[in-house]
Write a protein that binds this ligand. Structure first.
Ligand SMILES: Cc1cc2nc3c(=O)[nH]c(=O)nc-3n(C[C@H](O)[C@H](O)[C@H](O)COP(=O)(O)OP(=O)(O)OC[C@H]3O[C@@H](n4cnc5c(N)ncnc54)[C@H](O)[C@@H]3O)c2cc1C
Length: 439
């Protein structure tokens, strides 16, 4: 589903379905970078992040998901990212993916995996962890909303909420349990805890987004960005621009509807002209590792309300990434590039060096406040940080919530800082760590 922040400045994408984000995500499978684990250990007292057990758990996660590079042939869009990066001498890598046995024309003919894999070759939670859980006796309730965690005398006693009958009738449920694990994602986990009357001075704070924009390049040859592996190449030239902070560049699966959402709109006529060229368009996404986060609160009805303001420090990295994306498109042979700004700025790749430099130099002055450009997040992290300081971290290093015995958290909300890379594997590694500790 899609959600927006309070000022509508950021569109939030997440998988609101069985299996969560892993059901609809783009299958990029990355280990947590060493320097991020160092940060979590050294700055947040999650000492296990540096231990061999955590890495072994991450390895077990990758093996359960069958991650490999055999299903990462480049479609034309990823090929453009690869080619342009190589021409510029930038480091570019083939992305490992959690896909097994996808033989549809060597992975190139499909491209709908971002809507859920109908062939079952994507190794999402639905194909991996949930079958294991049911085999071990777990019962799964779909179409079910947990309203609150119930408790008695400082200990969790279960959850309450409602489910839907096949006819759509709402049925209240109450589940009793000695231990409760919440994994509703970085927006809904803190909302659920707040609705349950739980509190901690930092609960809901430090919501990270990996703020993301798309930079579209147009090519003479057909790109058809809706076909093939969604994301098979990554350019990490800017990933550590300043210490552990910077940006990286990947590609999205671009179906015409998504392109219509992402391209700037100045008039119906212009928009139609741009969309008529979508078959020749390659889009690069610039993802930024944000240092400064937002906050999740709940309104009077208990619904999540998300506030996030892009900090000038993070915005500077984002804009450097946008400039880099232009250079990659140009090096890959694009004719022109449309920038992710409401004014629909366009730059011809054969413009003179003087004109190009002046254009890119002026970019920070275009105005990059909320709603002046299309800003997305598909990576929500933080809000229930785990760590060693009881005043700063709502969750202890073993995943237990400070303040209610028997309550554990096991999702992206545990991250004390943003992952700095696509977070599915780091999140599952954290959940694996918590699960192992509960055994
Ligand atoms: C379009 C897209 C593409 C992505 N591509 C990649 C990628 O290629 N590689 C990568 O590493 N990461 C990717 N991600 C990010 C990754 O999928 C997410 O970061 C990850 O799935 C988050 O895991 P989570 O467990 O924190 O939360 P989620 O996966 O969001 O799981 C939360 C679950 O809780 C459920 N829930 C929420 N509230 C309640 C409630 N009150 N009661 C009951 N259930 C509830 C939700 O429906 C959902 O099923 C992508 C994300 C998106 C949206």
């Amino acid at each position: 589903g899609a959600l927006v922040t309070r000022d509508a400045g950021v569109t939030i994408f997440a998988g609101s379905c069985l299996g969560g984000g892993s059901t609809i995500n783009w299958t990029g499978s990355f280990r947590t970078p060493d320097y991020i684990l160092d940060e979590w250990a050294n700055d947040h007292g999650f000492l296990a992040a540096k231990g061999s057990a955590f890495r072994a758990g991450e390895g077990a996660v990758m093996s359960a998901l069958g991650t490999n590079r055999d299903h990462s042939p480049h479609n034309p869009q990823n090929d453009a990212l690869w080619r342009g990066s190589e021409v510029l001498g930038n480091p570019v890598e083939v992305i490992e993916r959690n896909v097994v046995g996808c033989q549809v024309d060597g992975c190139k003919a499909c491209g709908y995996c971002g809507l859920g894999c109908r062939r079952g070759t994507k190794q999402s939670t639905v194909r991996t962890w949930l079958p294991r859980a049911t085999a071990a006796g777990a019962r799964i309730l779909v179409n079910t909303t947990v309203q609150c965690v119930s408790s008695h005398l400082g200990a969790a006693t279960g959850v309450e909420g409602w489910t839907r009958s096949p006819e759509g009738r709402r049925i209240g449920i109450r589940i009793r349990a000695k231990r409760v694990v919440v994994a509703a994602g970085s927006v809904q986990t803190p909302a659920l805890l707040l609705r349950s009357g739980l509190n901690h001075p930092k609960l809901g704070f430090n919501l990270f987004f990996h703020p993301t924009v798309a930079v579209a390049g147009f090519y003479k040859d057909r790109i058809a960005p809706w076909y093939g592996p969604m994301m098979s190449a990554v350019n990490k030239a800017g990933i550590r621009l300043d210490g552990n902070y910077g940006y990286w560049v990947e590609t999205p699966p671009l179906h015409p509807g998504t392109a219509a959402l992402a391209l700037p709109w100045i008039s119906g006529k212009q928009h139609k002209q741009d969309l008529l060229r979508v078959g020749n368009m390659a889009s690069f996404i610039v993802l930024t590792r944000d240092k400064y986060g937002g906050r999740v609160q709940v309104d009077r009805q208990g619904n999540a309300r998300v506030a996030y303001a892009l900090h000038s420090y993070d915005r500077a990295h984002l804009l450097k990434g946008v400039q880099a994306a232009f250079q990659i498109h140009r090096a890959a042979g694009a004719s022109d590039v449309i920038f992710p700004h409401n004014s629909r700025k366009q730059l011809l790749c054969n413009a003179s060096q003087v004109d190009r430099d002046a254009f890119l130099h002026g970019m920070p002055g275009w105005g990059w406040g909320p709603n002046q450009f299309a800003l997305f997040t598909a990576h929500q992290m933080g809000t229930c940080a785990l760590g060693g300081d009881a005043a700063l971290h709502p969750v202890a290093p073993d995943g237990s919530f400070r303040g209610l015995r028997g309550l554990f958290i096991a999702d992206g909300s545990l991250m004390p800082t943003s992952a700095g890379i696509n977070p599915m594997i780091p999140i599952m590694a954290l959940a694996h760590w918590v699960g192992k500790g509960m055994e």
